[in-house]
Design a protein around this ligand. Structure first.
Ligand code: ZN
Length: 108
């Protein structure tokens, strides 16, 4: 999987662009990145553009909850919100698991 993306680490824009495009945020020409390169770039962008209002996604969100990157902890309200969201997601998985177990028990 490859993607064209803004190569500037300090630029918060990490949306995928097309070949020959210029970054709408900083105007730099898009570069082609492989899957892992892109992951590293996005990681760098995330760390270097703390002022960006973009919410971290997926595993980064979990890291953000616990301030794992050694930076100042997010506000208590944000932590609480994120924890509630995480618990809610986990409950959905448990409900799903229970449904599967019930189905298996009915078969016997
Ligand atoms: Zn850019």
């Amino acid at each position: 999987m490859c993607a064209w993306c803004c190569p500037k680490e300090k630029c918060p824009n990490n949306s995928s662009l097309n070949e020959g495009d210029k970054c709408p945020t900083c105007g730099l020409k898009a570069k082609e990145f492989g899957f892992f390169e892109l992951k590293l770039l996005n990681e760098a962008k995330k760390n270097k553009s703390q002022e960006s209002p973009n919410e971290p996604k997926g595993e980064n969100k979990i890291l953000a909850i616990f301030g794992d990157d050694g930076k100042e902890l997010p506000s208590m309200k944000k932590v609480t919100n994120n924890l509630l969201k995480a618990i809610f997601e986990q409950n959905k998985i448990i409900i799903q698991q229970n449904k599967v177990i019930q189905k298996l028990l009915k078969k016997k």
